[in-house]
Design a protein around this ligand. Structure first.
Ligand SMILES: [Zn+2]
Ligand SMILES: [Zn+2]
Length: 337
């Protein structure tokens, strides 16, 4: 089969020929249809999370079940079924279920949990294998290219926001209109909130409105007052962070407002404790979700017509798809079939 790999730390993606992998006990082989390209794939390139080399990245994988390892229930994991794998890569051969985080039902924080494309080869390849509990079944009728970005970008905005207990009808800011943000505007609007799209300049204003934003705030101007004028903002989803604007966004929130960090900041930030205390405000992070959350993400997206804007590339252009991710409007997807 063909696969794109980082042969060495900080190397470029290269296409190689290698044997089709065999699924281990409790694992499933997938014939990959498509795989979304995510900023976190650069983490694989740098080895920052400790992955070995060579390594095939890719954690927004859509494909069909192709072969089952020993012990996998063939009636549930039917050959030919369309499935997906996201960042949560399963808990390995023997599962877990007993560590503190599993007992709190937080699979993604299981001490045995793996990341697809980091702990094992991911979806920039014609075939891959993963533990059965990493899989989500793709609801009938969903497009396999448009579904791929929902498996990391989509779940990150949907699953974080639905767990925050913000009253529906509230004002919610979505900062950044990129891969995460353009999905965030759609999800939050369709979950029943009034969305303020927040971005620098006015270039994305029309698009933000088309995606469902009721308001648009230009962060290159005095946006704090503008946010306050719109109303009491209960949450801002921070999808394209910049350490410089964290304090400003905190000030933009109304009482009990939550600033939710969904993307990594390259540097530490300063925040004024008085701003937090003075309005019962909080800064929170959220780590994607597991395969059960993926199910809900896909079902919600299907039923409410939430769709990423995508551009597809053949596997041979995987390097181009990744290296030009900054220019994407908004998600690159590698198409393998
Ligand atoms: Zn990702
Ligand atoms: Zn566990």
């Amino acid at each position: 089969m063909k696969a794109a790999v980082f042969k060495e730390k900080n190397g470029q993606l290269e296409i190689v020929e290698k044997p089709i992998p065999e699924p281990a006990k409790g694992w499933v082989r997938i014939k990959v249809h498509s795989c979304g390209v995510c900023h976190s794939d650069f983490v694989v390139k740098s080895g920052a999370f400790g992955n070995p080399f060579p390594r095939t990245p890719g954690h927004e994988v859509i494909g069909v079940i192709d072969k089952l390892g020993d012990g996998v229930d063939a009636t549930r994991f039917e050959l030919g079924k369309l499935v997906g794998v996201g960042w949560y890569g399963g808990r390995g051969e023997n599962g877990c279920g007993t560590c503190d985080n599993c007992r709190e039902d937080q699979w993604i924080f299981c001490t045995h949990s793996m990341v697809c494309g980091i702990h094992y080869d991911g979806g920039y390849a014609e075939y891959m294998t993963c533990p059965e509990d990493a899989l989500v079944f793709v609801p009938e009728g969903m497009d396999p290219i448009e579904s791929a970005p929902l498996l990391c970008a989509g779940i990150t905005v949907y699953n974080s926001f639905r767990n925050l207990n913000i009253k529906s009808g509230s004002l919610v800011g979505v900062q950044g209109i990129g891969g995460l943000g353009h999905l965030g505007i759609q999800f939050v609007k369709k979950m029943g909130y009034e969305v303020i799209a927040m971005s620098g300049g006015s270039g994305k204003k029309e698009l933000a409105k088309e995606l469902g934003a009721a308001h648009y705030v230009d962060m290159s101007k005095d946006y704090i007052d503008e946010m306050k004028k719109i109303g009491s903002v209960k949450c801002i989803l921070v999808t394209a962070p910049n350490a410089q604007n964290i304090q400003g966004m905190l000030e933009s929130l109304g009482i009990n407002g939550k600033l939710v960090l969904l993307a990594l900041l390259p540097e530490p930030f300063n925040a004024n404790a008085g701003t937090l205390i003075g309005g019962n405000k909080s800064i929170v992070g959220w780590a994607s979700g597991d395969s059960r959350d993926l199910h809900d993400t896909l079902v919600f997206a299907k039923n409410n017509n939430v769709k990423p804007m995508v551009k597809s590339f053949p596997l041979e252009q995987a390097r181009e798809a990744l290296d030009n991710i900054g220019d994407a409007r908004f998600r690159h997807v590698i198409k393998l079939q």
